[in-house]
Design a protein around this ligand. Structure first.
Ligand code: SF4
Ligand code: SF4
Length: 410
């Protein structure tokens, strides 16, 4: 595993970090498998592990704490986060950190980040509550070793925030499709110029740079390096840049871990050539044209109180435009649970607006869901889905699987 030096404290961090947020995953659905995977990562040389107070209602921190207990703790750096939007008083922050330390089974946090710090006003509010002074005191005691923030806002706010405090680390969303979005490449370079290490999240844009890519993209990649997968292309783009310290990947199984460890061992800054850069320019153009909604599938907006599967709706719309012959409407109906008791269709949205403030991508969710409903749920959609449900229920009734409805004693 190649390491990169944290310019602020001289610590060697593995170029590949583990984004724990999505564990347990579909591929490792049980806690035992997830713990084994995290420990395998440590044995493979991964030293940076990222979680947060809010992930899975605290179970994510507990899982990481379990995985890194005992001999593993000294080999790993734990990054976790404090959610400023849940803090009204300093005492609330103190209780949260105490909870996090207990969940993580540790007496210190290596990297403690303000979660989704959006602008200077949020930082000033935290300073006004005494949160920053308290953290600095904890740093002197060694309870919090480094203070940072994670960011999902816009470029100008990033530039202001990064200069506003002597941060020990920053975490940004960055990948070849988001080169000019959120913090942007300029923001990355600005942070590096200030001597602040940068951790990259969403390197594959929630899987969008890997799954269901258009044929033109796959051909462009294959023509240049048939042996590189789309994920490898995306990771190589990041590690090519010397300003990137750690790239977080949400690996779901041992195969993905081994693959990423292999790539991380090969990628030094400046390792891409002009030919590869030209491929990225072409691929970016194709993907940007076909991406209708920039949803990363992070699920921060969920659950919707009315049952809309918000990321699922956006994924189906994007796939319909990206993939040739995708049978978009059929897949939409299927993926959104047309035959289930509570489908998550876009048209169910009541426009209550509860989801929008939670979206790090600042997507106008209500407006975009209307567009999804317009495109995916034409006039025949509901009658066809209703007929399919009727046929399914009739079949099940014949087999005696449906009870109650229509039963003489029901
Ligand atoms: S605005 Fe629509 S999608 Fe968002 S929480 Fe309300 S009902 Fe759900
Ligand atoms: S709509 Fe926003 S919050 Fe919801 S999954 Fe997509 S990016 Fe995440």
């Amino acid at each position: 595993m190649l390491t990169r030096t944290n310019p602020k404290n001289g610590e060697a961090l593995s170029a590949l970090g583990f984004g724990v947020m999505r564990l347990p995953s579909k591929k490792t659905p049980d806690e035992t498998g997830a713990v084994a995977l995290l420990r395998e990562a440590v044995r493979s040389g991964v030293t940076y592990f990222d979680t947060a107070f809010v992930y899975s209602g605290g179970r994510n921190e507990q899982l990481l704490g379990k995985a890194l207990s005992g001999e593993y703790r000294g080999l790993a750096r734990i990054a976790t986060k404090l959610p400023p939007y849940m803090i009204g008083k300093l005492d609330a922050a103190k209780k949260m950190l105490a909870t996090e330390l207990a969940r993580l089974q540790t007496d210190h946090v290596d990297y403690y980040l303000m979660h989704m710090l959006m602008d200077r006003a949020m930082l000033d509010r935290l300073a006004g509550l005494g949160v920053l002074a308290w953290l600095e005191d904890l740093k002197r005691q060694g309870v919090v070793r480094n203070i940072g923030f994670s960011f999902h806002g816009v470029k100008d706010d990033f530039a202001e925030l990064i200069r506003a405090y002597p941060w020990d680390l920053v975490q940004i969303q960055y990948n070849y499709l988001d080169e000019n979005a959120q913090a942007t490449r300029d923001g990355l370079r600005l942070a590096a110029s200030l001597g602040i290490p940068v951790v990259v999240m969403e390197p594959l844009r929630g899987g969008q740079l890997v799954a269901n890519l258009p044929e033109e993209v796959l051909s462009a990649f294959a023509a240049a390096h048939p042996e590189w997968s789309p994920a490898e292309w995306a990771l190589r783009w990041l590690w090519d840049q010397p300003e990137v310290t750690v790239v977080l990947s949400g690996m779901g199984d041992a195969k993905e871990l081994a693959e990423n460890v292999r790539i991380a061992a090969e990628c030094r800054p400046g390792s891409l050539g002009e030919a590869e850069r030209a491929v990225f320019e072409r691929v970016k153009g194709i993907l940007l044209e076909k991406t209708k909604v920039p949803c990363t599938g992070c699920y921060y907006c969920m659950p919707c109180p009315y049952g809309v599967d918000i990321p699922g709706c956006f994924q189906q719309l994007n796939d319909k435009h990206r993939v040739k012959g995708a049978h978009g409407v059929f897949k939409y109906a299927q993926a959104l649970g047309a035959l289930s008791a509570r489908p998550g269709f876009a048209s169910i949205c009541t426009e209550c607006g509860k989801c929008e403030p939670k979206c790090p991508q600042r997507i106008a969710i209500r407006k975009e869901l209307k567009a999804v409903a317009r495109e995916m749920e034409g006039p025949l959609f509901r009658p066809v889905v209703g007929a399919a449900r009727f046929v399914m229920r009739s079949g099940r009734r014949r087999k005696g699987e449906v009870h109650g409805e229509g039963h003489p004693h029901g």
